[in-house]
Write a protein that binds this ligand. Structure first.
Ligand SMILES: Cc1cc2nc3c(=O)[nH]c(=O)nc-3n(C[C@H](O)[C@H](O)[C@H](O)COP(=O)(O)OP(=O)(O)OC[C@H]3O[C@@H](n4cnc5c(N)ncnc54)[C@H](O)[C@@H]3O)c2cc1C
Length: 264
């Protein structure tokens, strides 16, 4: 490797350097023609992503062409909660609904207003349960009470500003939310949340949850709600490098002058 080709507007040229470091991130947003997701994890292509539009594994593709050894490209992490923006539901790039919301006690419910998972389970577990419960729409609701929302106020402020979280004053308002399937009633929601509060008192629920923060959930309101869906989040695989960052070929030798760092 003797340098790199650069392009800026209509100008292009070759920048000669003694070494080149590839640090172009992962490929969690690679829905392109020569998609690495399509090649290594076609099953996740149905999910949107938390990564920016440009996270398309350009570096990985260059490294493959240069004869580098690639590792574990099938290890792609799916995060259970990316926000579905009601103003732009089809956008494949989604804002992450951070774990703090579930950490402070926010509950996940399906389109029928029922809980289905230990919200504090691993990302894999929660995503797996979502696929089991509603593989058709992949849409779920996250519901927080006022205390939980208050504890996560920095995040909640941003999410509300972006229109990703709505405030519902009462259970009746919550029941009228357009998300629910087939007329979920305030009574049914109340029963679901009361059941959760009883589980909290016992310190366990049918899904293996043991920590119930900022209960009760079945109070008067207000409630804070948003729609979430599983999203491609992180690429664990990448290129083989030496402890010094040299990019390695299949035979373990270093490609002179070529280095890599980061999510590659
Ligand atoms: C929403 C979100 C939350 C996260 N939260 C955490 C967290 O809490 N803790 C944690 O440890 N990790 C977190 N991560 C993961 C972490 O951000 C990434 O793993 C990390 O940023 C990867 O660093 P990187 O330098 O490899 O790539 P990036 O930070 O993605 O940087 C790659 C850079 O290369 C540029 N680039 C790409 N292609 C080209 C090209 N062809 N030409 C020129 N430039 C190009 C990009 O524009 C970008 O600037 C999160 C990720 C996301 C998306």
């Amino acid at each position: 490797v003797e340098g790199r080709r650069v392009r800026g507007g209509d100008d292009a040229g070759v920048l000669r350097t003694a070494s080149v470091v590839i640090a172009t991130g992962g490929f969690a947003s690679d829905y392109t023609e020569d998609s690495l997701l399509r090649k290594h994890r076609p099953d996740v292509l149905k999910f949107a992503t938390t990564n920016t539009k440009g996270t398309t594994g350009d570096g990985h593709k260059m490294l493959v062409e240069a004869g580098a050894k690639m590792l574990d490209l099938e290890d792609v992490q799916v995060h259970p909660t990316g926000f579905v923006n009601p103003a732009d539901p089809g956008n494949m790039v989604k804002t992450l609904c951070a774990e703090i919301l579930r950490g402070e006690g926010g509950v996940l419910v399906n389109r029928w207003g029922r809980r289905f998972v230990n919200e504090l389970g691993t990302r894999d577990h929660v995503t797996g349960e979502m696929l089991r419960v509603d593989n058709e729409t992949l849409r779920f609701a996250i519901v927080l009470n006022a205390k939980q929302a208050d504890k996560a106020f920095t995040h909640m402020g941003l999410y509300q500003k972006k229109g990703l979280i709505e405030r519902k004053e009462t259970l009746e308002d919550l029941a009228e939310w357009g998300f629910w399937e087939g007329g979920v009633t305030a009574k049914a929601l109340s029963a679901s949340l009361k059941e959760y509060d009883q589980d909290a008192k016992k310190g366990s629920d049918p899904y293996g949850k043991k920590f119930f923060h900022n209960v009760p959930m079945s109070g008067a309101g207000p409630y804070y709600v948003g729609v979430v869906t599983p999203v491609i989040h992180y690429c664990m695989g990448g290129v083989a490098i030496s402890p010094g960052g040299d990019v390695l070929r299949e035979d373990g030798s270093a490609i002179p002058g070529l280095y890599a760092a980061g999510e590659e």
